[in-house]
Design a binder for this molecule. Structure first.
Ligand code: NAP
Length: 368
């Protein structure tokens, strides 16, 4: 049995869903993978940097009762927190910054430098920090994984990484933003744009700022993340022709639905003739039912790949929810610790700045 200390940076919708899922899957993790875990570090903007080397009670975290008196350390920043919480794996689920990917990139950099695996749901980190974070991870013998950033838990990055060696991706299209889908369908049913936003917020699927969904930043960053990781092309968000869904009137949406070709926010990227640049866009498009993306409804998400070895490969995630997003992070966790046990033994952490506060040695000794 191996014990892993887990750190959470960000504990909103996704972070909490992951904590719930870890609890629900504890027995399977133990029985199938010999994985035991405890949450030794938790950080949010509001709560600051908390650590408890012997592990927080997940139930008290989920009920918002963090007993600070039982926390041996309330660190002043991430480096001290990493020393106190001593995580083997850190889950980073902070809010999206679509312009820089910060502070997510700085957090993940510190995590990898400290010798922990870094797992994120934050696409900003992939778009703006993929090269440096992957290099850092490779140098440290750790994993930088981010399956939940596109299509929630449906395998996209791990599919290419693990099962599609040597393929060349020529183009892809996708319905990447469930909030836009929900708003469009709410308006098709005769209700307002604002009601659609509220409905998506109730489902907890919007970005922290829903403008990032409706103005197509979320989908644009997903296009850039796929281009960067799967095509090795450094596509910038500013190079994607971007149009959100604000200009779609209820009348136009209802007419399109009646015609059998409803609107969706569609992302597309295709290799240019020269083979080294991409034509990319995200905009509302009418799709017929024969289109590979034509039957994506509600919170469902899909991507259609055109590969040299397969003319079309479509992955659809039917009505994913927060638990699905959390599962992407959990799968990354299992894959990261399994990968590491395959390729190398325990490693020692790179020493960061010495902490002023000495943590008592955890009774849960780390696997590393
Ligand atoms: N929700 C989804 O369906 C979904 C799906 C896939 C990917 N994602 C991605 O997952 C991430 C989290 O989404 P969410 O829905 O969980 O958002 P959320 O509910 O708004 O939670 C964000 C969390 O990050 C914390 N945070 C924000 N800025 C921080 C900072 N600078 N330092 C430390 N903590 C910070 C917040 O703390 P405070 O509350 O104290 O401000 C909060 O705990 C986003 O990057 C999003 O794009 C979300």
């Amino acid at each position: 049995m191996k014990h892993y200390n887990l750190g959470f940076i960000g504990f909103g919708n996704v972070g909490r869903a992951l904590a719930r899922l870890l609890v629900a899957k504890s027995a399977e993790l133990r029985q199938l993978y010999e994985i035991e875990w405890s949450i030794t570090g938790l950080a949010t903007r509001g709560m600051g940097w908390l650590s408890r080397p012997e592990g927080f009670q997940p139930s008290s975290l989920l009920s918002n009762v963090v007993d600070e008196s039982s926390c041996p350390a309330h660190s002043i920043g991430i480096n001290e927190w990493l020393l106190e919480a001593r995580p083997d794996v850190v889950f980073e689920t902070t809010s999206l910054n679509h312009e820089t990917g910060q502070p997510s990139i700085d957090y993940l950099t510190a995590v990898l430098k400290s010798g922990s695996h870094a797992i994120t749901a934050n696409k900003g980190a992939v778009v703006y920090g993929y090269e440096e974070l992957s290099q850092l991870a490779a140098g440290a013998g750790k994993c930088f994984y981010f399956e939940s950033t596109v299509l929630d838990s449906a395998p996209v990055f791990s599919l290419f990484r693990e099962t599609l060696p040597g393929v060349k991706l020529r183009a892809f299209s996708g319905v990447f933003n469930s909030t836009s889908n929900v708003i469009i369908e709410t308006m098709e049913a005769g209700r307002s744009f604002d009601e659609g936003v509220r409905m998506a917020q109730e489902l907890r699927i919007t970005e922290t700022d829903p403008a990032h969904d409706v103005d197509a930043w979320d989908a644009t960053l997903k296009v850039c993340a796929l281009a960067k990781v799967l095509m090795k092309l450094p596509l910038k968000p500013s190079e994607v022709r971007r149009e959100g869904i604000r200009s779609l009137s209820a009348q136009r949406l209802q007419a399109a639905r009646a015609e059998g070709k409803p609107y969706k926010l569609v992302a597309r990227a295709k290799l240019a003739e020269n083979g080294s640049s991409l034509n990319a866009s995200v905009k509302p498009e009418q799709l017929g039912s024969t289109d590979p993306l034509g039957n994506v409804r509600g919170t469902s998400l899909a991507v259609h790949f055109e590969l040299d070895m397969m003319p079309g490969l479509t992955i659809t995630s039917h009505r994913p929810n927060l638990q699905s997003t959390a599962y992407g992070l959990l799968a990354d966790f299992v894959n990261a610790v399994r990968d590491k046990s395959k390729v190398q033994g325990p490693t020692s952490k790179v020493q960061g700045p010495k902490s002023k506060i000495q943590s008592p040695k955890s009774k849960n000794s780390s696997s590393r």
